[in-house]
Design a protein around this ligand. Structure first.
Ligand code: FE2
Length: 286
């Protein structure tokens, strides 16, 4: 059986001091029994046997015990080593980044649930809860690492990732992802897209999208919400790689697996995503 721990609930008050003038605790009544002595014959703790060796000192030059690994810095190192299009398609480089992502849990990035993040941001900045938060972990010109934190049932509407790779790993909770391939881009944000599948991903499961594979998706959180860690390469920019949100235009125009979509001029209506402060492990500098 494992060791049992006791803990004080966060925010629990310490015991109140005795009020002034309060009576001190009553002394033991006369005749009260003192604590029983050890029974006769009880063995005292055994002394170290004579001649026993003291623990050997660490040899000179020995490495000190290793500190726990900083898995966020390790992930940053993994993505920083793979720029210049190395993540543009599936292969060993993508696999190496997914492996580094697998070591990163909610505690490492300082986000375990949407409710906990709501509470932390309310306490620190008096911010209202958000159905979707973005928590930036690493922001570089060539790649970003961040976490999307979704409240129970929250949706990130259908959107694209022009010319980009996005590697995702569910850190907590569950999401359902509906993906689409771009078949043809028309004028004014019109797109013909092919349904590429709907997947539910539980904690620990991953997905990957590329410029020409599953580039559009809609994400819906499960009943307990979700925390999703993303590696985005290259990142969005306001000019050349702007994120656009889409809606279906005319079911009559759909053919087979293909649907006709149109981009919203601005953000999707009724979609809110706020950026929260990152409070996880230091990602380091590479
Ligand atoms: Fe996305």
């Amino acid at each position: 059986m494992g060791q049992l721990f006791s803990s004080t609930a966060e925010g629990a008050k310490p015991p109140a001091p005795a009020p002034e003038g309060a009576e001190p605790p009553a002394p033991a009544p006369e005749g009260a029994e003192p604590p029983a002595p050890a029974p006769e014959g009880a063995e005292p703790p055994a002394p170290a046997p004579e001649g026993a060796e003291p623990p050997a000192p660490a040899p000179e030059g020995a490495e000190p015990p290793e500190a726990p690994a900083n898995v966020v810095a390790a992930l940053h190192a993994a993505v920083a080593a793979r720029t210049n299009g190395a993540l543009a398609r599936a292969g060993p480089d993508v696999d190496a980044v997914l492996a580094a992502m697998a070591a990163v849990d909610g505690a490492a990035i300082g986000v375990t649930t949407a409710a906990a993040l709501d509470a932390a941001m309310a306490e620190a900045y008096d911010l209202p809860p958000s159905p979707v938060w973005y928590v930036p972990v690493v922001e570089r010109a060539d790649v970003t690492v961040g976490a999307f934190v979704l409240a129970p049932g929250a949706t990130i509407p259908l959107h694209d990732h022009p010319g980009m790779t996005v590697l995702s790993r569910v850190v907590a909770g569950r999401v359902t992802v509906a993906s689409y391939d771009v078949v043809e881009k028309g004028p004014g944000g019109a797109i013909s897209a092919r349904r590429a599948g709907v997947k539910t991903l539980a904690a620990g499961e991953t997905s990957a999208l590329f410029a020409d594979v599953a580039n559009l998706h809609e994400i819906v959180a499960g009943p307990d919400g979700a925390v999703v860690l993303d590696v985005i390469s290259p990142p969005y920019t306001d000019e050349t790689r702007k994120c656009r949100y889409y809606h279906a235009v005319d079911a009559a125009a759909d053919a087979g697996d293909c649907v006709a979509l149109a981009a919203y001029d601005d953000d999707a209506p009724e979609f809110t995503c706020h950026t929260a402060e990152y409070r996880g492990l230091d990602p380091g500098h590479f």
